[in-house]
Design a binder for this molecule. Sequence first.
Ligand SMILES: Cc1cc2nc3c(=O)[nH]c(=O)nc-3n(C[C@H](O)[C@H](O)[C@H](O)COP(=O)(O)O)c2cc1C
Ligand code: SF4
Ligand code: SF4
Length: 593
Amino acid sequence: MQQPPLTPFSLNLLLGRIAHEWETRRRIFDLPPARFWAADPSVDLSMEFMGRPAATPLGPAAGPHSQMAQNLVLGWLAGARLFELKTVQILDDLDIERPCIDMQNVGFNIEWSQELLVAESLEEYVKAWMMIEILRDWDPIKPHIGEEPGPHVFDMSVGYDLAGIQSEKVAGFIDSMMDATAVIDRLRPLIPEPFAAYRDHKFPTNVADSITVSTFHGCPPDEIEAIVKHLMDRHGVDVIVKLNPTLLGFPRVIQLLQQDLGYRDIWLDPLSFVDDLDITRGVELIGDLSRYAAKSGRRFGVKLTNTMVVHNDKKFLPADPMYMSGPPLHVLATALLDELLITMPGAFAVAGHDGPIQVSFSAGVTKENVGETIAMGVTPATLSSDLLRPGGYGRLEPMLRQLERDLQEGGARTLREWHELQWDEAKAAGYRGPAEAHLQATLDGDARANYDIAANEGVPRAVDHDLQMWDCVACNLCVTVCPNDAFFRLPTPVDSGLSARQQYIVLAELCNECGNCMVFCPENGDPAKIKAKIYVDQERFSGGSGQGFLITTADGILELEARDGSDGELPRLHEILADADEGIPLRLQDFGA
Ligand SMILES: Cc1cc2nc3c(=O)[nH]c(=O)nc-3n(C[C@H](O)[C@H](O)[C@H](O)COP(=O)(O)O)c2cc1C
Ligand code: SF4
Ligand code: SF4
């Protein structure tokens, strides 16, 4: 039988890892405290997401950073306070081709929903919820996250058709997220020392009660409308509709992408526009749903945007079409926001319009544009592509610092003040508002240098050397670009005969072979396949093939078993795992839980 792409770690193993890693390395899931975020009391970055308070306006978009429990914890440590969870849908045993992510420069992928069973996704989200609740109160990290890390919001994402969303599987998932008492109670006994006092903690049981509807894959307008109404009526949730850049229409997208920004090698499929919403129907739908929400006592919002469907001429990813994100998408989403503000004045909850419809943003947000993005009045700004680049989750904290600096330099103390100041400034410069001002800057101004083809055709550094299991450039990129924190490093033991300062090892259960580390590794080869793969799950180890090593414990002593002829590497792996001062980042006593 084919193996599932991921086998999540138990709550016991994850919390044990947090305690152990902090004690032995002063890190959590490989993130150093210098990249934890603590609020600067002189600026208030808080916002409301559909009426729910969140301490910052940033977080992971539905994607690889919001799928597994440790990913959500990493985002939170780095300052994310709004989490658009990975999309859940009825088809939860999809066979997604690998590699599935290509962040070489622009940003493409071929993923489209969770790679876990729906029941596993539920457990991952609740585990993350519980771990964050524990960590926000954990004394050792308080100097790095501050005494009051502030509120955060988990926002569910579901797709892609009404029948699937009405199914018992997806409806049960939504119900359990809204009242997670049973899951929390099942997980409580797994909370290990030094957190055992939390077994009796009153964890908030409402993990999420808002939903972003992913309208990808040609979800027809009537279906979108029916899904939103169903979610509001049956589940009583507030709903955001995640719109696609196709809403701009084929001629405008071609103009922006190919003519204005110069991406002449990125080909669009006109048919993908035919299946999706057009602007006339889109505007009608947004208006209708906003009125429906008001009548039902619910909130409604839009999210700009999901990825752009394009032809795969690059052939690195093994599927066609593929989905474009990153810098060019930022320009498309900004143009769409400007267009919607022209077409529906006073409808959206952004400065200068002050309507009821919240606008959330996810398209090529980076440290360079976070100030201008938020200045457009959108909250939150969620991201995927930037977090897949070197530094990974560690890119969020500098992004938040940049936003704080932007506000301080602009004389604003709150995001609201920042929106208003930027509105006044844009109007004074003759623009319709900050969205048009930012759009013009990305097309003609100084900012263009971050978005056009010239800025986004470079490739990561390469060295002409074939990657081996031991030794390498030891650049650490595989650790930081991995959304699942599947890679870790250990110092090379003295007298081992190896030359690199660090050795790199994969936690096999957490690696879905997405390809992101392969894209950034400067050596030739795929680190996820070549570097030693260690397993803690007997079944997964036995069901797989190729090099691999099972870790077990006997009387607290680490034992290793090799697979498929990798026995020859056992002594070296043993020496690295057992003899290096830091040791393996997992606690042996937590195995098997
Ligand atoms: C690898 C990858 C997987 C994604 N998976 C989903 C998904 O499951 N559901 C969804 O609505 N959007 C998904 N997205 C889209 C993102 O949520 C986001 O809207 C888009 O990537 C634009 O933001 P970015 O430019 O910061 O990446 C995914 C994006 C990437 C890069
Ligand atoms: S180790 Fe590499 S291939 Fe595996 S999940 Fe992480 S980035 Fe993707
Ligand atoms: S495996 Fe590649 S990416 Fe990882 S540290 Fe070695 S050279 Fe760098």
